[in-house]
Design a protein around this ligand. Structure first.
Ligand code: FES
Length: 260
């Protein structure tokens, strides 16, 4: 009589034994701490509605200033009826860009949802619906948030140019350089976006006869290889730039000037 072959029933992912014995939890733990600190800091700074401008520096968390109640209105399209912090009017766009970023999704799904916490570590959830349901289906709008974030980035470049203008004369202060570093990192983060690669040529079958598109796509690819670094560096420097300007406005720091 032929022997019966018995096959084991598949083990649900969440009940599989954890087989990694390295410090796999360190990366999600660091991401959890850094993102939490950034969210708490930017929330408090955003609702403070004070100390966000120190001539000629404007905090990136408040740019563009589109409310009439801004200390430094750039485009006062919202009238004096708005009496809350002007940062509330614009902060949703860069936040949406970051929250739907492919890299950050990987990071905060691991750090906050443990879904999964790391490679080869079981997911804590029993079921996985991907990004097919609300609210995660909004992640699919990332490309449109890129467009909105690019508009904000244009204003940040304008603020940076103004940061070298000291009463009508060209000058350089430490704040000018910090704002320049901030906008360069944000530009690197934006141009290294996966959606930018797609826009430059991800959907083409061939670059034949499209040398400019090919060069732009190649540049986006090179930047994209370091997207995670752009993401972290730009995040930290945005908060640092706000903090520096805040401390200047509060009179805690003096801005060193080399030319003014
Ligand atoms: S993928 Fe990260 S900003 Fe687009």
């Amino acid at each position: 009589m032929a022997a019966q072959v018995q096959t084991a029933a598949p083990v649900p992912a969440r009940t599989r034994p954890q087989e990694r014995h390295d410090l796999w939890w360190l990366e999600p733990a660091v991401i959890f701490v850094v993102l939490t600190l950034f969210v708490v800091y930017s929330f408090l700074a955003g609702i403070a509605n004070a100390n966000y401008f120190s001539e000629p520096y404007l905090s990136p968390l408040y740019s563009p200033c589109i409310a009439a109640n801004c200390v430094h209105p750039v485009l006062p399209i919202v009238g004096p009826w708005w009496n809350l912090s002007p940062a509330i009017l614009i902060v949703a766009f860069p936040i949406a860009f970051r929250v739907t970023c492919y890299y950050y999704r990987r990071s905060y799904y691991r750090a906050f949802f443990w879904s999964p916490p790391a490679c080869a570590v079981p997911d804590v959830r029993g079921r996985y619906a991907g990004e097919t349901r609300f609210p995660f289906v909004i992640q699919n709008f990332h490309r449109y948030f890129l467009y909105l974030a690019t508009v904000i980035l244009a204003f940040l470049w304008w603020d940076t140019i103004l940061a070298f203008d000291f009463g009508g004369r060209f000058g350089i202060g430490l704040g000018s350089l910090i704002m320049l570093a901030n906008v360069l990192l944000l530009t690197g983060y934006t141009l290294s976006c996966h959606s930018v690669r797609y826009l430059f040529g991800g959907y083409l079958d061939s670059f034949h006869g499209k040398s400019l598109r090919f060069r732009l796509w190649s540049l986006a690819n090179r930047l994209n290889a370091r997207h995670a670094r752009w993401a972290w560096a730009s995040l930290i420097v945005v908060a640092f730039t706000d903090l520096y300007i805040r401390l200047l406005a509060m009179g805690v720091l003096n801005d060193p000037r080399w030319i003014s």
